[in-house]
Design a binder for this molecule. Structure first.
Ligand code: NAD
Length: 341
């Protein structure tokens, strides 16, 4: 009997179930040995259990320590707190890994091969916010608190250096805004320099850059970067920018890695504008599943999935609408399955 690997499956909201079906078909075709425990979260969690992050879902991930997750809807402005942020906090998923590879040549740039490592638990992104009322206006002033810690910065930076060296990368670029936010992002920059000097000097190239300059340079010449490591909010923004360089959100996978669990997902959201139409591009979630295969050391299967994605898009020319093609989500998945079998 081949050994199975227990893992939690959260199809997610909006296009989630459609792209998850496509991803499961691909994982089946490649013989991935995951034994799925299917759970709900987000709007699905509210509908099924009155909670965007039901206890059963948390218990499942506590047990399996491994999950594949579709996008979860979060209302803007008001409503419940993001289930994604709560999952990151609950399982201390401190590192967000977002690789960006050109899969379809002939776009803005060919041969992009970048990785963004984003701190996932601290900074301005954590949503510690409140309003101050003045003269009867309850929203006269809005305030947010950002928190970065030495320990949190250090563990993320050490993860980034270790990952970069283990995967044969040549350079780490630390992105900050320490000229203006001298304390909040200064601590990240200072810790980066300390970690580099203490453990990684001579093993990999190291440079630092201010976030606005980084954004400009990424657009002008992305090839000057290799691994970018940064704080939560800057990482959120820059990883979408980088996704744009390689064909858009439909192509960008992500991994949330922590001490207690690892959760794999597409970078994009639930795309309510196209949900239920059967036209969503499942590539990002399929590539996230390939990262999950790498995580459990099934590198051959991960590589087979990536190769099949590449050939389906570029040799068979089967593409979804966001990539200028006509294939439905399921037709794209079937073409991939054919490639794999
Ligand atoms: P979105 O990523 O869902 O959509 C942005 C645009 O990209 C839309 O036009 C959409 O149709 C398109 N798009 C996204 N994924 C696509 C795909 N796979 N194939 C084809 N087109 C695709 O961003 P949004 O509209 O700002 O957010 C919608 C919801 O998703 C919000 O509730 C947000 O909070 C949530 N969200 C969740 C996650 C997550 O779970 N990790 C991430 C981002 C946003």
């Amino acid at each position: 009997m081949p050994q199975t690997i227990p893992a939690t499956l959260i199809p997610g909201d909006g296009i989630g179930p459609e792209i998850m079906d496509a991803t499961l078909a691909v994982l089946d075709a490649v013989g991935a040995p995951f034994e799925w425990d299917r759970q709900v979260a987000g709007l699905g969690g509210i509908a099924a259990a009155g909670d965007p992050l039901p206890k059963a879902t948390l218990d499942s991930i506590r047990k399996t320590r491994l999950a594949l997750k579709g996008p979860l809807e979060t209302p803007s402005g008001s409503g419940y707190r993001s289930s994604n942020v709560r999952l990151r906090e609950e399982f201390q998923l401190y590192a967000n890994l977002r690789p960006a590879h050109t899969v379809i040549p002939g776009g803005r740039y060919d041969n992009i091969d970048l990785v963004i490592v984003r701190e996932n638990l601290e900074g301005l992104y954590i949503g510690h916010e409140h309003y101050v009322a003045i003269d009867g206006d309850p929203h006269a002033v809005a305030m947010a608190t950002g928190i970065n810690t030495r320990a949190g910065s250090r563990r993320l930076l050490e993860f980034a250096f270790e990952h970069a060296i283990a995967t044969g990368r040549k350079k780490i670029t630390v992105v900050h805004k320490a000229n203006i936010m001298k304390a909040l992002t200064g601590i990240f920059l200072e810790t980066a320099q300390q970690v580099y000097d203490a453990k990684y000097k001579g093993r990999i190239a190291f440079e630092t850059i201010i976030v606005d300059a980084c954004a400009m340079k990424l657009v002008l010449n992305p090839y000057q970067f290799d691994v970018i490591v940064t704080t939560n909010l800057f990482g959120d923004i820059l990883s979408d920018l980088v996704a744009g360089l390689v064909g858009g959100l439909g192509m960008a996978p992500g991994a949330n890695i922590g001490t207690d669990a690892a959760i794999f997902e597409a970078v994009h959201g639930s795309a309510p504008d196209i949900a239920g139409k059967g036209i969503a591009n499942p590539t990002a979630l399929i590539l996230a599943a390939a990262m999950m295969l790498d995580h459990v050391k099934l590198h051959d299967k991960a590589e087979r999935v990536r190769k099949a994605v590449n050939e389906t898009l570029n040799v068979d020319n089967v593409r979804t609408g966001d990539l200028g093609g006509k294939a439905s989500t399921s037709a794209f998945a079937q073409a991939l399955v054919k490639r794999l079998s």
